[in-house]
Design a protein around this ligand. Structure first.
Ligand code: GLV
Ligand code: MN
Ligand code: MN
Length: 412
């Protein structure tokens, strides 16, 4: 049973082991690894005292009633999916901490004025179908019917993947929750950045989550013979994209954003062919949506001018757009008090999350609050992700204190 930091760490290790491939941990939405994960984790939900089910979107959910049946719930959670070649804590740690928190209240026979729910969201990373936060969007009522046609790398549509996973696309609305069914959503997550470690603080309070936009971009030039096409006559899509990638970096710096070209594919590329078609991704984020949109406008203007100069054509399709989200001030304060009560700090560090989180989608449904845990070197989306067991112990205690504070005050 997951009830303390040691059992949380062991659970993260076991989950990593069941999704390990030769090139690292990978568990994407509605995959075999996702199904194996639910088979392993659902009994842990039950052992923590939760009535457990898989919802219509493939999220793993559990509920423990409060003082009386049917009360609105404080929902705790994070995601169970991973990026390719992942670490073992991004998302997963938050779900396991949530279970430890519930187990603590169960063991104390503490009667809360709200129910406690835990969710392990099926898709936060958006790796398989390009569109992100699918699990939490389903719960928050933000499902978009256009997503059914999204395809994975094998050409399997989201609708087909639902059916193979035993889900029924027509029933997706059953996953959505009503705002009055929830008191708040609280998420514990590794920081995935360097600030807590730099300040030798184990825990922090998230004030806001940066907004993000993602695009699939295509650059069409003309393929040609690498030996016979003179340099002056080429329409080399990869050379054009190389300039574009640097223009993206410059625009991000100028507008205080972060922007990343994380995928780039020379379509039908060969050693002796001038690249005729290149596809790449752009992920751009900022605390301020206006700055982010200004940067994107500058990037598309650069696509135009590079395209004209090099006689190639850029086109793009937006795959994700999420506004920056503020964490509820009352929940920030409750989490800060929870942290103070376990670390003794007068003023816990407050910080903005550059990474996206399920809390972004959940903010459309209820107030959200997030607790960050220090991770070594700020490393994440990498097998070297690591956390200290003593920080996890503090994280569990701080979350228990936060939930207790919510039970005692009307700060939400
Ligand atoms: C999720 O980890 C993201 O921020 O991309
Ligand atoms: Mn992630
Ligand atoms: Mn995450």
């Amino acid at each position: 049973m997951i009830h303390d930091a040691a059992s949380v760490m062991q659970a993260c290790d076991r989950l990593a082991a069941i999704s390990a491939r030769s090139d690292g941990i990978e568990r994407v939405y509605l995959s075999d690894e996702h199904a194996r994960c639910h088979a392993l984790v659902a009994p842990w939900f039950e052992a923590a005292g939760l009535t457990t089910w898989q919802d219509a979107a493939g999220n793993l959910c559990g509920r423990m009633e409060g003082a009386s049946d049917g009360l609105p719930a404080v929902m705790l959670g994070s995601h169970l999916d991973t990026v390719p070649c992942a670490g073992r804590y991004d998302g997963i740690l938050g779900v396991m901490i949530a279970l430890a928190v519930v187990a603590r209240f169960k063991a104390a026979r503490h009667t809360l004025p709200f129910a406690l729910e835990v969710v392990g969201f099926g898709d936060e990373e958006g790796v398989r179908f390009g569109s992100t936060l699918l699990g939490s969007q389903a719960i928050a009522g933000g499902w978009n019917a256009r997503w059914w046609g999204l395809e994975d790398a094998e050409g399997i549509t989201l609708a087909e993947a639902f059916t193979s996973f035993g889900l029924v696309p027509e029933r997706i609305a059953e996953a959505s929750r009503r705002p009055d069914a929830l008191v708040a959503y609280l998420e514990a997550h590794i920081e995935q950045g360097p600030y807590l470690e730099a300040q030798t603080r184990p825990l922090g309070v998230v004030t806001a989550i940066a907004g993000a936009r993602r695009f699939d971009v295509e650059c069409a030039g003309h393929a040609g013979h690498a030996g016979t096409t003179p340099m002056t006559m080429r329409k080399d899509a990869l050379c054009a994209v190389s300039e574009a990638v640097l223009a993206i970096e410059n625009a991000a710096r100028k507008h205080s954003c972060v922007a990343t070209v994380g995928k780039l594919d020379t379509v039908a590329g060969a050693v002796n062919v001038v690249p005729g078609l290149v596809r790449f991704s752009v992920d751009i984020r900022a605390q301020d949506d206006t700055l982010r949109d200004q940067a994107w406008a500058e990037i598309t203007a650069a696509f135009e001018s590079i395209g004209t100069a090099r006689r190639v054509a850029f086109s793009n399709r937006e795959t994700h757009c999420a506004a920056a989200v503020g964490c509820a001030p009352g929940l920030q304060n409750a989490i800060a008090r929870g942290i103070s009560s376990v670390t003794g700090e007068k003023e816990p560090l407050r910080l903005v999350s550059g990474a996206g989180h399920d809390a972004m989608a959940m903010a459309n449904l209820t107030d959200v609050g997030m607790l960050f845990l220090r991770c070594a070197g700020g490393i994440s989306h990498h097998p070297d992700e690591s956390v200290l067991e003593e920080d996890v112990a503090l994280g569990i205690d701080a979350m228990v204190a936060t939930v207790s504070a919510l039970a005692e005050t009307d700060s939400v």
